[in-house]
Design a protein around this ligand. Structure first.
Ligand code: FA5
Length: 341
């Protein structure tokens, strides 16, 4: 039996030393020390050995077991550290390579333009105020003097969300919210998205407006003109002029469409000007003196206060500033277009 143990032990040590892979080493361990391994089988046979021989046999078997386990541990450590060295060599990082810069986003031209507009008006004391994009039909229309059968409703093709609820068609809806919730004086600018069933190179079904409203004692048309002149010069350059053309909006009286002098061809309009098409003027907003009906509906006394309001399209202003020919590009999400701003 001793010879058998020596043969098994000797062979196991040679197999362990020859193993170059961890799985091969594990197979050697199982074939010798596993439940049905060669050494385990011999130990199971100890019962058949003469009682006086048994301690000697047992001690010899345990000694081989110890030697084999020790050899397995040493070989395993050796193979593992060799595998680790190979892995480290393969995964070596070249720290001298230049870093890949993260892709940085930028503010959308509409956001940039809105922020600039709010900044300009804040210097004249206008505070920002917002209202909901899903608005009651009442505040979007009736409250700003556009009753149900009024032809002006056709001017703005409306998206209805349900009975009496619309996607607001203009930020003028915020005017009545302001008048109802505040006591005069009121001096606010209201930025936000508005929606109309409209779609071509200069019209988008969703676009942004900024509404301005100033209500106080003795606010005059000349205050409106001065305010808009300041805005035009800050936005388009100090040489900019504005002109008011009579126009109709149900919520103002009198009402005007406001043009700004073309900042590209300046005072000498040229037929080829891409921006103003040779007219020398660009239409940028609607404005006027707040209609007395609105004051009455909000519980103000039109004999005591007066005010002006204006509303402009943010995309149109961004298009003019950056010479963007098609408004729809702003909402395509094409980063080649957006990264130019
Ligand atoms: C209005 O919406 C009025 N509420 C403005 C107003 C406010 C007048 C206060 C008087 C007093 P209008 O429909 O013209 O008016 O729109 C105002 C601006 O929004 C336009 O000058 C234009 O710049 C922009 N606009 C209108 N429709 C679109 C559209 N579909 N896409 C992009 N911009 C548009």
């Amino acid at each position: 039996m001793i010879q058998k143990l020596d043969a098994i032990g000797g062979q196991a040590l040679r197999d362990i030393a020859a193993a170059t892979q961890l799985d091969v080493l594990e197979n050697v361990r199982i074939s010798v020390l596993g439940k049905k391994g060669a050494l385990s089988e011999v130990l199971k046979g100890l019962g058949t050995v003469l009682p006086e021989e048994r301690p000697k046999m047992g001690a010899a078997a345990n000694e081989w077991k110890r030697q084999i386990e020790e050899a397995l541990t040493i070989q395993k450590d050796k193979l593992e550290s060799a595998a680790l060295n190979i892995q480290l060599a393969q995964e070596r990082i070249d720290i001298s390579l230049p870093a890949r810069l993260p892709h940085r986003g930028a503010l959308h031209p509409v956001t940039q333009t809105t922020r600039k507009l709010l900044q300009i008006f804040s210097r004249l004391g206008f505070d920002p105020m917002t209202g909901p994009e899903i608005e009651t039909e009442f505040l979007n229309f009736e409250a700003v003097n556009i009753p149900k059968d009024h032809p002006a409703r056709d001017m703005q093709d409306t998206f209805f969300m349900g009975p009496g609820v619309v996607l607001r068609t203009h930020t003028s809806a915020v005017q009545m919210r302001a008048l109802r919730s505040k006591k005069w004086p009121v001096r606010i600018v209201c930025p936000g998205a508005v929606y109309r069933s409209d779609h071509d190179a200069t019209h988008s079904p969703m676009f942004h407006q900024i509404e301005g409203l100033w209500v106080d004692k003795n606010v005059k048309m000349s205050d409106l003109k001065g305010t808009l002149e300041f805005f035009a010069q800050e936005m388009f350059g100090s040489e900019s002029r504005i002109r008011l053309r009579p126009s109709y909006f149900p919520f103002v009286e009198p009402g005007a469409e406001v043009d700004v002098s073309c900042f590209l061809c300046k005072s000498k309009p040229v037929d080829t000007c891409k921006v103003c098409k040779g007219t020398g003027w660009l239409e940028i907003l609607g404005a006027g003196m707040v209609h007395p009906r609105l004051f009455e509906m909000a519980g103000y006394d039109p004999g005591e206060v007066s005010g002006f309001a204006f509303g402009m399209g943010v995309e149109r202003i961004a298009m003019l500033l950056h010479h963007i020919p098609d408004l729809r590009r702003m909402f395509d999400g094409d980063s080649r277009f957006l990264t130019q701003f």
